[in-house]
Design a protein around this ligand. Structure first.
Ligand SMILES: Nc1ncnc2c1ncn2[C@@H]1O[C@H](COP(=O)(O)OP(=O)(O)OP(=O)(O)O)[C@@H](O)[C@H]1O
Length: 566
């Protein structure tokens, strides 16, 4: 009984709802420009609509539209599903264009969607070339280097013209060199001698504190005659001195090299009244030096033991005169013992204030600078700006003895680039070989090579004393060759791990224009690294790969075992 009014009210409400629904549908139809035209708009009913209307959730509609665009649902409860949403923005814009053309009234037509400006896609900038990178941060003096062709040779007999390397040598020096069998000057010597021994007498002065000489850096291949290039000028300049003082200091990385260079100086300076000594660290470095030579510079600069460079450079600079000393000097109360500087024949004027008497007057504008000239030599000259800066060069001049292997006409820029990118120059007379083999078979390979090529004179590099000891047992020829100064053959029994080391090792042969062979035994596991290193230095094609047949090695192995057992 009580349910009746409820049913009636429900029916009324339903009727109201259906009426409103009908009205809405009618409005919607009127709002549509054409029957069946898609608007892409999904309407939502107001809050007072029944639960059935809530079925039309926008997300669901979109989902249906996207998945089944061709099969729309026509159920009465979800009328909006008949309305298709535009799938793509392009479609919408096409429709918009259509509307614009069909309906000329500007107020009613939707304005066309402005296309977004298209921005160019981001692209990577071109990578800088290897040469551009190599030149970055390079010392300008190196870029302006004087490039010398290694093939240049100058005979001393016909070099009498002004500017010729031979012409700047004294008669005594020419005679001495001739006695030593040196009749021509090598490329590095032809470039350096006129620079270090100028014809102008003012520039020949030992001390030039008002116009100090330029420092020099030399990059020249191994065995190209760098030692004579500085030994000759030092002897020529110092042989005119009367009082014995330490005037030139040559810094070398090993004792062997010290002995070698000392012998060269003794041979060239014979009869010139010069004393040549080797530094043992017991004597202080006096203030009178005029030249500082750093040979094998890259190796020395790689070592910083005992701060050798800082100490030596400090010794080449005069200490500042303290006010106390100046006063004592003026009053004449200072004792000579307080000063380390005694009475040389010609004291570097930069050190004058250390003398135990007042400084004699000179022009006030005269700037007295130390004039110690630095000469730097290397076959693998560093381009590291930090290392070069640590040498405190004064207006340096670079000499690069280099020829590009692929082009005979060597131009300055490319030669400097080769130095900068560590593409080193090797002697023209050097032949290089490599053998890739198993680690265990290396001694046999070496043994075979020595006997196959009838080698009687060779220098062998190993990485440890144990390896050397083992090889000494195997090769009695090694002992015989120890006394020889020139090795026609060089073997890297253990392959070097960096290019600079390789250059210096193979450079022990093919020196001074003589023929020489360098062999490198590469273990199988090192082969890839070694080849990449050579390829990066553009040198791989210069090394000939040799093969030793397994059959030969097996036979050698059997013989060795038999000898060992017996
Ligand atoms: N003008 C020359 N004529 C003949 N022989 C020379 C001449 N100059 C140098 N030599 C000889 O060449 C050899 C190599 O010279 P030097 O030791 O000076 O080479 P280097 O360039 O210093 O090599 P490295 O960088 O490997 O030390 C020496 O035996 C030297 O006597």
């Amino acid at each position: 009984m009580e349910a009746a009014p409820k049913e009636i009210s429900k029916t009324k409400a339903k009727q109201r709802y259906l009426r409103r629904k009908k009205e809405r549908r009618k409005h919607r139809k009127q709002a549509q420009p054409k029957a069946g035209e898609k608007t892409g708009v999904v309407e939502h009913d107001s809050d007072n609509e029944s639960e059935e209307e809530d079925v039309e959730e926008p997300a669901q509609v979109m989902e249906v539209d996207e998945r089944e665009p061709a099969v729309p649902s026509f159920t009465e409860d979800t009328p909006q599903k008949t309305e298709k949403r535009p799938k793509k923005r392009r479609k919408l814009s096409e429709d918009a264009e259509e509307i614009t053309t069909n309906d000329p009234a500007p107020s009613r037509s939707p304005s066309p969607v402005a296309a977004f400006p298209s921005f160019p896609l981001p692209t990577l900038p071109d990578a800088p070339t290897e040469s551009a990178l190599a030149l970055q941060g390079l010392d300008q003096a190196l870029i302006d280097a004087e490039v010398v062709d290694p093939a240049v040779v100058q005979s001393m007999s016909d070099s009498n013209e002004q500017g010729d390397a031979g012409a700047c040598l004294s008669e005594e020096m020419r005679k001495r060199l001739h006695d030593l069998g040196i009749t021509e000057l090598f490329a590095v010597q032809t470039a350096l001698l006129p620079f270090l021994l100028p014809s102008n007498p003012w520039q020949k002065a030992l001390y030039q504190p008002y116009d100090p000489p330029r420092d020099i850096c030399v990059s020249a291949p191994t065995g190209s005659g760098k030692t004579l290039a500085y030994a000759i000028p030092i002897i020529e300049i110092l042989s005119t001195r009367i009082v014995t003082r330490l005037r030139a200091l040559i810094v070398l990385p090993t004792r062997d090299l010290v002995t070698q260079v000392r012998e060269t100086f003794e041979a060239i300076g014979k009869g010139r009244g010069l004393k040549i000594g080797t530094a043992t660290g017991q004597h202080s470095f006096a203030h009178e030096q005029s030249q500082l030579v750093i040979d094998e510079a890259d190796r020395l600069l790689a070592q910083s033991y005992q701060d050798w460079l800082i100490r030596i450079l400090a010794a080449t600079r005069p200490p500042k005169a303290s006010a106390h000393h100046v006063l004592e000097d003026l009053l004449g109360t200072s004792s000579p013992d307080e000063h380390s500087c005694n009475y040389p024949d010609a004291l570097n004027p930069a050190f004058m204030h250390l003398l135990p008497y007042p400084e004699f007057p000179s022009f006030i504008s005269e700037k007295k600078e130390g004039s110690c000239q630095k000469l730097l030599f290397s076959a693998t000259l560093t381009r590291d700006p930090a290392k070069l800066a640590s040498l405190e060069f004064r207006d340096p001049k670079y000499f690069v003895v280099h020829r590009r292997p692929e082009q005979q006409n060597h131009d300055i820029e490319n030669s400097v680039l080769d130095v900068a990118t560590e593409r080193f120059t090797f002697p023209d007379t050097l032949k290089e070989h490599m053998v890739i083999c198993e680690t265990a078979k290396k001694p046999l390979v070496l043994f075979h090579l020595v006997h196959q090529y009838h080698i009687s004179n060779a220098l062998i590099f190993t990485k440890s004393a144990e390896s050397t000891a083992r090889l000494v047992h195997l090769f009695d020829f090694f002992e015989k060759s120890q006394s020889s100064s020139f090795f026609a053959n060089h073997y890297s029994y253990d392959a070097p791990v960096d290019m600079r080391k390789y250059v210096h090792r193979v450079g022990r042969t093919a020196r001074a224009g003589k023929e020489g062979d360098a062999w490198t035994l590469v273990e199988e596991q090192e082969a890839r690294y070694f080849k990449t290193m050579m390829k990066n230095a553009s040198h791989l094609e210069k090394i000939k790969r040799e093969r030793v047949r397994g059959r030969i090695l097996n036979r050698l192995f059997r013989i060795t075992r038999m000898l060992w057992v017996s």
